[in-house]
Design a protein around this ligand. Structure first.
Ligand code: HEC
Length: 426
């Protein structure tokens, strides 16, 4: 098969697998793969540590490119194939992985560089035209050359007397070399402002949580993420007199840097459908030091038919596997997401390719596994310490956020009440 996709139908049958008539070359075979799957991050000024825009960039790392694609480390895409289908999946086909490997083995031949495809042109502006409102950090944030990763919450200057209905939120990293990911939350308790004032300005340190009870979320960003407008009838509501708080994860790059990130919001009509997050979680986490295979389980029964459009698993550093499934009342199991190599640094907010309908009586289950041994290089404590639920780097969490759609906005409150009563005993 591998050979057949490359060669004409006529010659295909007579060749044995692995014997390319033409050896893969950079110009004909590899550049198109890198352009489509890698250079969105691997170009100057972006998050990846080196560029892959030219032949020499790629050729000098040919063996490494073959290794990281074979191991599926790159392009970064955590969810397990066949276990939930998502928008914007970043995955190479087995044929593409084989091509890169064969090319590296052949000594990274350039082919005719004059015919190599030009790298794509990246938009410098906002993805959806001019936003209805743009909001930036109140002042540039300084990130030192060397430091452990920094998690910081910024209160944006946003207050509206009327509710606003957000169709699209786009985060733009001010300094993509150091911004690793961002989550955008709503606070109508005033707590974020207080915490910022206590830290002497517009921001405060925050890692696993934000320090306030969320009034909602506007979504998030990780390198390579594309903002998707919400479907017909849907919008995220910013209640009146609410602050927007961005939690940003910075990864210092060896030089002193500053960041002035911003968000753009596009407003729409008031939603005609209900839209609410539900959380499947357990706080019962108590991981003994040295335990390399600690498991938690949580479940939640849906009191009403819903559609799920997105899912975001959340845990910290020693988590190694996150799995979420739905068991329908008839016993059928619907896979939602499975990340076998959980990495706190690649937190994705995954949007399903198609909404998933879950009928009343469905049980959503969460099964997370943790490695609190000294053999886990991501363990924040060495020697390992007992780990319990909490917001700090040295604590853990076990949460799956599901974005759920209901027939009408009026359904949200009754649904949340019913959800609570259906699950008090769980
Ligand atoms: C979404 C952004 C993104 C995309 C897309 C991406 N990379 Fe990367 N890549 C990174 C980042 C960030 C790192 C640094 C390591 C890390 O943070 O995990 C990296 C590191 C690497 C490394 C170094 C690994 C090491 O062990 O030193 C290689 C090689 C690489 N990428 C190749 C690729 C190839 C080939 C593709 C496309 C098939 C690709 N990357 C697509 C972001 C990306």
């Amino acid at each position: 098969m591998k050979v057949c996709v490359l060669l004409s139908v006529l010659t295909c049958g007579v060749l044995t697998a692995g014997s390319y008539k033409n050896k893969p070359t950079y110009s004909a075979d590899i550049a198109p793969i890198l352009n489509a799957n890698c250079v969105s991050c691997h170009r100057p000024g972006q998050v990846a540590p080196f560029s892959l825009l030219t032949y020499s960039d790629a050729a000098k790392r040919a063996t490494l490119l073959a290794e990281v694609t074979k191991s599926h480390y790159m392009p970064p895409w955590k969810p397990e194939p066949g276990f939930g289908e998502f928008k914007g999946e970043r995955r190479l086909t087995p044929e593409q992985i084989q091509l890169i490997s064969d090319w590296a083995k052949a000594g990274a031949p350039p082919g005719d560089l004059k015919t190599a495809p030009a790298p794509p042109v990246f938009a410098t502006g906002w993805s959806q035209g001019k936003p209805d409102v743009t909001l930036a950090l109140q002042k540039p944030f300084e990130v030192p050359a060397e430091s452990p990763d920094i998690y910081r919450c910024f209160v944006l200057p946003f207050q509206s007397e009327q509710a606003k209905y957000v169709k699209v939120m786009e985060f733009r990293a001010g300094n993509p070399r150091i911004v690793h990911h961002a989550l955008v939350y709503l606070d109508n308790t005033g707590q974020a402002r207080k915490l910022a004032a206590q830290s002497g300005g517009d921001s405060y340190p925050c890692f696993g949580g934000t320090g306030f009870v969320l009034a909602g979320s506007l979504g998030g960003w990780a390198p390579g993420a594309v903002p998707y407008p919400l479907g017909p009838g849907l919008a995220r509501t910013i209640p009146p007199n609410t602050d927007i708080v961005i939690q940003i994860h910075y990864h210092p790059d060896g030089k002193p840097e500053t960041d002035l990130s911003q968000i753009g919001l596009w407003y729409g009509e008031a939603p005609t459908k209900g839209f609410t997050p539900i959380l499947v979680l357990t706080r019962r986490i108590d991981i003994p030091p040295g335990d390399a295979d600690y498991r938690v389980h949580a479940s939640l029964v849906l009191p009403q038919d819903v559609q799920v459009i997105g899912i975001t698993p959340h845990a910290h550093y020693v988590c190694k596997e996150t799995k979420v499934e739905a068991t329908l009342p008839d016993g059928k199991v619907v896979p939602l997401i499975w990340i076998k190599d959980w990495d706190f640094n690649w937190q994705g907010q995954y949007q399903f390719a198609q909404p998933i309908s879950l009928p009343k009586g469905t049980t959503v289950t969460l099964d997370f596994t943790y490695d609190n041994s000294s053999g886990n290089p991501r363990n924040p404590s060495n020697p390992p310490k007992r780990i319990t639920w909490g917001e700090q780097t040295t604590d853990e969490m076990a949460i799956a956020f599901l974005s759920v759609v209901l027939p009408s906005p009026a359904d949200v409150q009754p649904f949340r009440r019913a959800l609570y009563f259906a699950n008090v005993r769980h």
